[in-house]
Design a protein around this ligand. Sequence first.
Ligand code: GAR
Length: 217
Amino acid sequence: MSKLTLGVLASGRGSNFQAIIDEIDAGRLDAEIRLLIVDNVEAYAIERARRQGIENLCLIPGEFQSKDDFFLRIAGELKTRGVELVVLAGFMRIVRKPLIDAFPYRILNIHPALLPSFPGLHGQRQAVDYGVRISGCTVHFVDEGMDTGPVIIQAAVPVSPEDTEDSLSERILKLEHKIYPEAIRLYSEGRLRVEGRTVKITGYRPPEGHIVNPPLI
Ligand code: GAR
C-alpha cells in the first residue's frame, strides 16, 4: 500500500507536528508529510519543517480578500501536492467551507479538552476555571463548526484543584502526542468509518499504556 500523504496546518510551536514527524521517522506511521502551511511568520513549526526538509508555506489571512479566499488557496496548495489527509496541529482558526468541501471527512483536528466540553481557545484554562476533575484531549474530524466534528479518539487526565493552566496543559500535551499519530494511523489503515456523529473503528487494539477509549468492534 502506498504511503498516506499529509498536509499539516499550524499556527505556533508545532509540538504535535513534531510528534507526527517522529512517528513517521520511527517507522510507526506509514505516511509522508508533503507540506506545512502556517498562518504567521513566527510559528516555530516552520523551523521544525526546515530541519526535516519538509516544504513549508506561510499564508497570511489578512493578505487575502476574504477568509474564504484564504481557505480556497490553502485547499489549492494541498491539492497541488497530492495531499490526501489534512492535519490541523495547533491551527488556531475555524476552517471554512472551501477547504472542508475540498477534503470531506479528510481533515483532522486535535483539541486540548474532552469535547464537547470547553471548545475554542484555551481549553485547558476553561477546564481549570470550571473546576472539573477530569479533562483531556480529543482528535476529531473537522466540520464547519468550532470543534464540533465527529470524535475519533479521546484521552483523559485527572485535574487537581492545585492545577494551573500550564500544569494541566503539560499533562494533556503528553497524551496529545500519543493519540494524534494514533488517529492518523487508524485513518491510514482505513479503519475509520463515520456514521452520523459516530466514528466506528474496526479492529483496533490500543497500544499498551495508552489511556484511550475508541469503540471496539
Ligand atoms: C495543542 O495543545 C492543541 O491541542 C491546541 O493548541 C496546542 C498546539 O500546540 N489546539 C487548539 O487549542 C485548537 N482549538 P503545538 O503547536 O505544540 O502542537
